[in-house]
Design a protein around this ligand. Sequence first.
Ligand code: TXA
Ligand code: MG
Length: 320
Amino acid sequence: MSVTQLLQPDGRGIQDAAQLLRDGQLVAFPTETVYGLGADACNGQAVAGIYEAKGRPSFNPLIVHVGSLEEASALVELPVVLHDLAQAFWPGPLTLVAPLRSGTGLSELVSAGLPTVAVRVPANPLAKALIEAFGGPVAAPSANISGQISPTRAAHVMSGLNGRIGAVLDGGPCDVGLESTIIGSSGEAVVLLRPGGLPREVIEDAIGLVLQSPEDGHIQAPGQLTSHYAPNAGLRLNVDVPLEGEAYLAFGNGSGFGNCLDLSASGDLREAAANLFSHLRALDEMVHVEGLVGIAAAPVPDFGLGLAINDRLTRAAAER
Ligand code: TXA
Ligand code: MG
């Protein structure tokens, strides 16, 4: 991608942005917290493009932006206490992490293979208009290069991502300027996963409970998500030719092998990223059903999205 369009905050700009999302492109848009880098949350290759554009070296799960509590409830099973918080503070700078429902169509890259997903209803009028015009869930991390500061103006987005994404919808400066507060739950405990634009005291007053911290062992903190999906079967890495009885996760070299799924027959890293979690799951199931000895994975080049793919494969091979 070479030219990043700067779209104006009017009906035309919103329609153009929605069309780019439908075309599988990336669009940065303003929310009341910070600018998000949006993609169609149900399009695995578009979601892979987010990681590619940001240069993220690992698959950190993303926040799914929707237009209403009803739309959020179609994606996740909100426990009563989180549902209460949603009613009190949505639309607004609050993200809720809850168990993912089945059959939502969300790309597995959005939740990075976790059984939970983060959802939020933003309040910014342009964000709302874009989500409505697009007509589906929008996955969006902050619209900055990985490791840099979150952008609160269209110009900040441009300075990091110009030429790497389809467009920026210019909505001027963000009101809050801080990322959303992230809340999850575990049994009776309500857990503050990330402090942010909605103060903890305000949340505690609303539910009459003290928020727990992730270190209390309740839930995984962002950035330390060790319980990412790992297969039950053993996983061997950098295998050019699998052993007899192994299921094989190929990368462009799958033809001729049995019990094999290819991440991308053409060796495309974006396609490979989009397939990674579902292929691992399917091979794990195959090992179980066919009584195979384990999974072998082909080498994946260690650049671009290959870094994140290899990070995930390495963890999946190590976690036992
Ligand atoms: O204000 C915001 O939240 C902005 C705007 C664009 O909505 N978005 C944002 O996204 O800050 P990002 O990707 O920069 O941060 C999302 C955080 C990450 O730390 C991630 O680990 C955490 O949310 N997260 C996402 N899904 C999670 C899950 N299932 N469990 C725990 N943490 C999760
Ligand atoms: Mg961020």
